[in-house]
Design a protein around this ligand. Sequence first.
Ligand code: PRT
Ligand code: ZN
Length: 284
Amino acid sequence: MKLKIALQRSGKLAEGSKELLRKCGIGFSNGGDKLRAEASDFPLEIFFLRDDDIPDYVADGVADIGIVGENILAEDPKNVEILEKLGFGRCRLSIAVPKSFEFASIKDFAGKRIATSYPMVLSKYLSDRGVAADIHEISGSVEIAPSIGLADAVCDLVSSGSTLFSNGLREVETVMNSEAVLIRRPSLDDERSNLLDKLLFRIRSVMAAEQNKYILLNAPSDKVNAIISILPGMKSPTVVPLAESGWVSIHSVISEHDFWEVVDNLKRAGAEGILVLSIDQMIR
Ligand code: PRT
Ligand code: ZN
């Protein structure tokens, strides 16, 4: 018996999804144009699909779990449960306007034509703010709509912003933020539930590891207390004596989030020879 997972076949989530499985110690032949693969060291069967189809496949039970962008679920909600945000595929759904559009507030879109592939999300966003605009649903190349006279503004996914920039558009309003999420179908038998728990445990360990760094540093013994007070760590840091008397080595785990600030404070408190390493897995 195997757990079945649906991943995007090619596109912006494909690499991140495959990499996550590999970091969980799950190997598989990298599909190419294959639609299916069997994992070699976990009872997992992988389907490679178009991202838009993934929520349906999971809701219908063709797959047990899947990885998809939150934006897809927001536009077309399905009977699936979100288990975990995965920290990749980050983007935002934004409204952007040509340079000539004088934008002061969201109210300026009243009566204007906005082209988007996300009509449901956009119309809810606008109606929540009491704005009645004319929403044109188009399925691709939304960014060219203003230049060909199809719309006054666009509402599209943005990550670096370079697509908007090269089409002379300016981002003025964020409608939603999105990232890849792991979804499951609501009804899973016990055996598959157990497999999913095992996989989730690995995914959470990989994600915790990515958010943390292992830090090693040297310090004079009389500075140890000051330095330890700066290190948040999982528990109390490890302190080991160096061969040179009066010196110790301190090891701890710090969050990537406030990493540079902690390192600055450590230097100021007398730390030397600071080494920072990435962590493969963090088991809690
Ligand atoms: O073939 P399939 O249907 O599977 O793929 P697709 O072409 O529909 O989707 P794809 O691969 O473009 O995106 C899959 C998912 O990746 C989306 O649903 C989002 O959750 C996520 N994602 C993250 C993005 C982006 N970043 C992104 N930048 N999806 C699309 N874009 C597009 C955007 O639409 C615009 O055309 O990239 C362009 C903008 O990029 P920047 O970097 O120039 O701002
Ligand atoms: Zn798609």
